[in-house]
Design a protein around this ligand. Structure first.
Ligand SMILES: Cc1cc2nc3c(=O)[nH]c(=O)nc-3n(C[C@H](O)[C@H](O)[C@H](O)COP(=O)(O)OP(=O)(O)OC[C@H]3O[C@@H](n4cnc5c(N)ncnc54)[C@H](O)[C@@H]3O)c2cc1C
Length: 404
C-alpha cells in the first residue's frame, strides 16, 4: 500500500483517487475549492456531455501538433495509447457500475437526468464511500521531491506522500479553481511546460452591428494564410463582436495558435451548400431579396448585399446566369478576418501544459521525476467539443490511479 496524494479534485483527480483507492492505497485529495468538481457543474451547458461514441486520437491536439504533421502523429498516438488502456466504453461501464444512468444523442453521452450535477455527485459519492480523505481550501504552493517521496505544502500545512498525481487542470474557466498555478511548480521539478492558450472559445471579428444576435446555419471553414484547413458544419453565432457557437469553438483550436504565431486567420461561412438558393434564384417574378430570404438569415442577406452595393430589390427576371453565379459565390464565401479571441474566462479548455514527450502514456508517470503522475487538462493535450475533454480526464485519471 502506498500513500498517494492527488492535487485537484476535478474529474481527473476524483477518478484517479477512486481508482488508486480501489487498488488498496491510502489516498488524499488536496483541493483548492471548498467543494469537489466545481467545473463539472458548468459543462455541456449544465448538462455535462461526458463522452462520445467516436473516441480516437484524431479528436485531440497539442502544442506540438500546431507545428507539423510528425508532431500531430505524436499527439494522436499518445491519445490512442491512452484510449487503448481506458476507452469511452470502459468509462461508461464505470459510471453504470456506480449506478448512474445516461442517454445518448447523436453520439454524445449525457446523464439521464440531463443535469451535470448528477455526474459530479456520482463521483463525489464514490470518493466518500471509499473513505478517501479530502482536504478542502488547500491551495498548493510548493512540491519538493525528497528521499521519502514528496512534500506538498500550502505554506501553512505540509503533507508527505510516496507518490503524487497532479490533476490541477489547465487555465480555462479560472473561477472554477483551475488557474494554471501548478505549471510553475512542475517547471521547478524539471518539466517543460508549453504556454497555456485558451481554446474552444469565441473568435473576434469586425462585422456590422446589424448582425449582433444572429444565429445562422452554415458550413464554416478556417483559412490560415489563404489556405483552407478545416471545415465544420453548424450554427455561427454573432455575439458581442465575437463569432461564437460550437463550430467556431472547434475551429478555435487551429485559429488561436495560428494567430499567436502571427498568421493571417479568416473564418469563411458558406450559406449556400445544402440550400435551395440556386432554385430560388431562377424563379421569375421574384426579387433577389425574396429569393435569398428563403434560405439565409435576412440580416446576413441585407449586410452582404449592402457591403457589395447590390440592390436587394433587383428582379430575378433581370439577372443573367453570371449575375446568379456572382451571388452564389458571395454567399458561399462570407469572409471574416479574425482579429482576436476570448480569454480563459470564456474558454472551455486549455492548449498547453505538460509536454507529452515527458510523460509515459502507458502509466501517466513523468519521465523526468519518478513517482510524479499527471491526469487531465494539466497535460498538453486538448480534445474537441463533444465529451472529449471529460473522457480525457477520466482515461488519464484511471491510468494514473492504476499505475501509481
Ligand atoms: C464552460 C465549460 C463547458 C465544458 N463542457 C464540457 C463538456 O460538455 N464535455 C467535456 O468533455 N468537456 C467540457 N469542458 C472541459 C472539461 O470540463 C475539462 O476539460 C475537464 O473538466 C478537466 O478536468 P480536470 O480534472 O483535468 O481539471 P479541473 O476540472 O479544472 O479540476 C482541477 C481541480 O484542481 C484544483 N486546483 C487547481 N490548482 C490547485 C492548487 N494549486 N492546489 C489545489 N487544488 C488546485 C481546482 O480547484 C480544480 O478543482 C467544459 C469546460 C468549460 C469551462
Amino acid at each position: 500500500m502506498s500513500n498517494i496524494i492527488i492535487i485537484g479534485g476535478g474529474v481527473a483527480g476524483m477518478i484517479a483517487a477512486i481508482t488508486a483507492a480501489n487498488k488498496g492505497n491510502k489516498v488524499t485529495i488536496l483541493e483548492k475549492n471548498n467543494e469537489l468538481g466545481k467545473k463539472i457543474l458548468i459543462t455541456g451547458n449544465g448538462r455535462c456531455n461526458f463522452t462520445n461514441e467516436y473516441m480516437k486520437g484524431d479528436c485531440y491536439s497539442s502544442s506540438l501538433s500546431c507545428d507539423d504533421e510528425t508532431n500531430t502523429n505524436i499527439t494522436q498516438e499518445f491519445a490512442d495509447v491512452v484510449f487503448d488502456r481506458f476507452s469511452n466504453k470502459d468509462f461508461i461501464k464505470v459510471l453504470s457500475d456506480l449506478g448512474m444512468s445516461y442517454y445518448v444523442r447523436e453520439g454524445y453521452y449525457y446523464p439521464k437526468t440531463d443535469e451535470a450535477r448528477t455526474f459530479r455527485d456520482t463521483l463525489v459519492s464514490e470518493v466518500n464511500r471509499l473513505g478517501i480523505e479530502v482536504v478542502y481550501n488547500f491551495n498548493l504552493r510548493s512540491i519538493d521531491r525528497n528521499e521519502d517521496g514528496f512534500t506538498l505544502s500550502n505554506k501553512e500545512q505540509e503533507y508527505q506522500c510516496d507518490k503524487v498525481i497532479i490533476a490541477a487542470g489547465g487555465n480555462a474557466a479560472p473561477k472554477t479553481g483551475s488557474s494554471g498555478d501548478c505549471y510553475y511548480y512542475l517547471e521547478k521539478l524539471g518539466h517543460n511546460i508549453f504556454k497555456a492558450k485558451p481554446v474552444l472559445t469565441n473568435l473576434k471579428a469586425d462585422y456590422p452591428d446589424d448582425l449582433q444576435g444572429v444565429n445562422a446555419l452554415a458550413n464554416i471553414s478556417i483559412r490560415i494564410n489563404n489556405t483552407t484547413h478545416n471545415t465544420e458544419k453548424g450554427f455561427i453565432k454573432y455575439y458581442k463582436g465575437m463569432l461564437s457557437g460550437i463550430p467556431i469553438y472547434q475551429l478555435s483550436m487551429d485559429a488561436i495558435p495560428a494567430i499567436e504565431q502571427g498568421n493571417k486567420v479568416e473564418i469563411v461561412a458558406d450559406f449556400v451548400t445544402d440550400s435551395n438558393i440556386e432554385i430560388a434564384l431562377k424563379l421569375q417574378g421574384t426579387t433577389l431579396r425574396e429569393a435569398l430570404y428563403k434560405s439565409i438569415n435576412p440580416k446576413i442577406v441585407d449586410v452582404v448585399l449592402k457591403g457589395n452595393n447590390i440592390d436587394p430589390d433587383t428582379s430575378i427576371d433581370n439577372m443573367n446566369s453570371s449575375d446568379q453565379e456572382h451571388i452564389i459565390e458571395l454567399f458561399s464565401n462570407v469572409n471574416y478576418e479574425i482579429i482576436g479571441f476570448s480569454g480563459f474566462e470564456n474558454a472551455q479548455a486549455t492548449l498547453g501544459g505538460v509536454d507529452i514527450r515527458e510523460i509515459n502514456p502507458q502509466t501517466m508517470e513523468s519521465k523526468i521525476c519518478k513517482g510524479l503522475y499527471f491526469a487531465g487538462e494539466i497535460i498538453d493535450i486538448v480534445g474537441r467539443c463533444g465529451g472529449y475533454n471529460i473522457q480525457w480526464a477520466a482515461s488519464t485519471g484511471t491510468i494514473a490511479g492504476i499505475n501509481v
